[in-house]
Every structure is written in structure tokens, then in C-alpha cells.
Design a protein around this ligand. Sequence first.
Ligand code: FE2
Ligand code: FE2
Length: 291
Amino acid sequence: MADFLNSYSIQRWLELCPQGYLEDTVYGHEEGESEAEVLLADDDLRTDAIRSTVQLVVGERAALAASSGLVNAAPDYPSKHFLATQTLDEARHVEIFTQRLFDLGVKKADLESTIDHFANPHLVKFAEVLLEKVDSGDFIAGVVGQNIVLEGLAFSVFEMMETSNRVSNPKFAHTLAGTIADERRHVGFGENRIGSLIKEHPEKKSEIEQMQKDMAYHMLKTFSLSFDEGRDNVDKARDVMGDVGSADFHGTDLSTATSEEMQTVLEQTVIGEFKTRLARIGLEYQAPVGV
Ligand SMILES: [Fe+2]
Ligand SMILES: [Fe+2]
């Protein structure tokens, strides 16, 4: 418990995060950096970037609602402290990805209508499954849904986006790098805090596994729709954005992969992460049917 207290304290968060890797950043990136000019100049690519950034905002708004809701549901103060730091992290993620929408040309007055227009309906469902558990005050299911499933998903998606933007759009890659560091901490908390609680409450297992199965179903549907929507512009993006350098993501070169190959490697990576992390807390991954 002493290690747990130190690793997830507010003091540790201050040292690691605001006084550490976020020091001197502006909305998550280096001062003076801006979106790639070629991206801003091409309407198709700019619209694609707005669409994919909207999904980040939708996911992070869900994470903000979940982590703040879990503060009150947590049974102990060390967990409440950690979740309070996580709440601020998630609010920051909402803010920096919203700022990216503005940087991509979305007008402030059009923010909510743009989010409504582009939000992937399956991602909205995915968030609803989680928030239902949080709203009912179910701490164990809420932490599994948030810190293992939602953040396992976010972690891999951010890594994939960071890899493909590192050379062509360093401003966005830097924004993602800070969120990846935050998500790593959040996932670690989920694994460390929940394993012992699940052992104490084996009767909760089947309900939690059902939630995970439902969330995985909506996640895979989210991927299918997203890759379908982006497919037409994959080649154009490569032409316009230029050389993305070495872009290896779990054995797939993102600079040459087809849209189908990218979808496959992302699905395999996220599901692999789920299996590993769920096993660490004593749960078995449940594959959804019909996707
Ligand atoms: Fe987040
Ligand atoms: Fe997070």
C-alpha cells in the first residue's frame, strides 16, 4: 500500500506531470508550433483531421465524466486523490483536443454542432455503457471500464496517431505524446487498484465481463466506421503530407500500409492489450459476437 500511496499521490502527479513532461508546453505542444500548412490548405484532409479529432474529444469527455464520477464512488482516499488528478488530466485532454479543432479552423460558435455532426455513433454507445456503471456508483466496474477498457483503447489509438504524425505534423504528435504519458499512468492505476477488489468481490466478475464485451463490440464497430470514412484519403494524405519517415506500429509500417492493414493492426494491438491487462486483474477477455 505504501508504494501505491507514493505512486499515485498528488505530490507524485505534480512532479511527473505539470512540473515534469508538461512543463513549458502550450495546449500540450511546444510554444510556436502549428498544424502542418499543407493539411490546413487541403479541404478533404482538414475535414478528415477534424473528424478524427472529434472522436478524441468525445472519448476524452467520456473519460472526464467517468473519472470525476468515480471520485465519489471510490472507497478510499488514496484512490480519490488519484482520480482527482486523473479528472484534471482528462479535462486537459478535452481542452487540448478541442483547441486542435479550433486550430483546424472550427469556429468556436460551431464547436458543439461540429462534434454532434462528426461523432461516431458507436463511440457514443461505447461511452454510454461505461457511464451507466459510473452513474450507478459501481466503482469496480467503473474503473475496469474506464482505466482498463477505455484507456487501453485510447492508449493504442494515441500511439498509432503519434507514430504517423511524428515527422509530418510534430505539433500534433507532441500533443499526443503528453496524453500517452498520462494514459499510461491511468492504466497503471486501474491494474494496481482493481485486482485486489475483484478478488474480494468474485460475484461481480460476470457483470464486469459483460460490460467489457459490450464495450469491445462498440469499439470494433467504431474502428470499422472510422477506417471506412478515412479510406478514400489515405493515398492523398501520403502525397500531401510527404515522407512520414519510419512509422512502425507493432510490426506494420504505417507509411505504406493499406487502410485494412491499419485497421487490423490497431484491432489486434488493442485486444492484445485488453487480454494482458484483464488477466493481470483476474478477468478473462470476452470477445464480442457479431463484429
Ligand atoms: Fe484522456
Ligand atoms: Fe486517461
